[in-house]
Design a binder for this molecule. Structure first.
Ligand code: RIB
Length: 299
């Protein structure tokens, strides 16, 4: 693994920035029902910001392209990204509320999320165009789907290498799938894209046949499967007690993208990212749970 000193950033993330409002519940309410939960916890989150912070905390040089509101949430988000050393020249402010995610965490650490995109929905193709030098020079650009699809496509077109986490799950054009290296999905997202569930190795092969240069399927406590046209690798996960799985997929993707950017093979980068994902589920919240490189080494 070697960072290229000629490149100012290992990784550019184009994506969402949210405040996460988190309540733990014994069970989730049905329609028309009210349940009582824990005290409210407020954390910095958003799939894009989570990827950026996960990589930065591990030692990556990261720049984030995104939008926040000119509001108290926006100030909290900017300050926390700054504390983690994420470069924010292209984190713009806009006159709508910052993105907010309302998250309930169940007794087994599982989560349900409703996102109000707010400023994230205003991240535009023009914003990508204005950051073209940054986006087109980075070894890896990491993307997700909490910002508008045309913006994601514009970033994918400009990037040298695209790591794309198809989350939240939604249909995407073949053009986007074909530049993914890798496409990162969990089992549910894989089944959504393929229209059918299946064994992870079979799903990975089927996804590859849709055009991505490589595919990674995350499997939670069972690790991950990485596949490219050279073959398939299964990576087991260290066994940990899961307290809160929120943002584990984002930490996985941020770590994977960084290691690919500094020259790891897909299999090695996946093995590293699986450990990062396992470390995050042991603590509450998304960014608040992300590990340092030293902690990952203990797993
Ligand atoms: O993947 C977890 C993230 O999804 C949370 O941080 C929340 O902001 C939503 O974007």
């Amino acid at each position: 693994m070697t960072a290229n000193p000629a490149q100012p950033y290992d990784l550019v993330v184009v994506g969402s920035v949210n405040v996460d409002l988190v309540v733990r519940v014994d069970r989730r309410p049905g329609p028309g029902e009210t349940v009582l939960g824990s005290d409210l916890s407020t954390y910095p989150g958003g799939k894009g910001a989570n990827q950026a912070v996960a990589a930065a905390r591990l030692g990556a040089r990261v720049s984030l392209l995104g939008r926040i509101g000119s509001d108290a949430h926006g100030r909290l988000l900017r300050e926390s990204l700054q504390r983690d050393g994420v470069e924010l020249r292209h984190l713009h402010e806009t006159s709508v509320p910052s993105g907010v995610a309302m998250i309930s965490v169940g007794p087994k650490g599982d989560n349900s999320i409703i996102v109000s995109p707010g400023a994230n929905a205003r991240l535009s193709e023009q914003d990508v165009e204005d950051a073209n030098d940054l986006v087109s020079s980075a070894p890896v650009v990491s993307l997700q789907l909490e910002t508008p699809l045309p913006t994601v496509l514009a970033a994918a077109r400009a990037a040298r290498r695209v790591v794309f986490n198809l989350s939240p799950a939604a249909p995407v054009p073949d053009e986007l799938l074909s530049v993914c290296d890798p496409l990162v999905v969990n089992e549910h997202e894989a089944a959504m894209v393929l229209g059918t569930p299946g064994l992870p190795a079979q799903q990975a092969k089927a996804l590859l046949s849709l055009g991505p240069r490589s595919v990674v399927i995350t499997l939670g406590a069972d690790g991950a499967v990485a596949a490219d046209h050279g073959g398939i690798t299964s990576v087991p996960s260290p066994q940990v007690d899961a307290l809160d799985t929120t943002g584990a997929g984002d930490a996985f993707t941020g770590a994977l993208a960084w290691r690919l950017a500094v020259g790891d093979t897909l299999a090695d980068a996946t093995a590293f990212a699986v450990k990062v994902g396992a470390a995050t589920v042991r603590r509450s919240g998304a960014q608040s749970s992300y590990p340092s490189l030293a902690e990952v080494a203990t797993l």
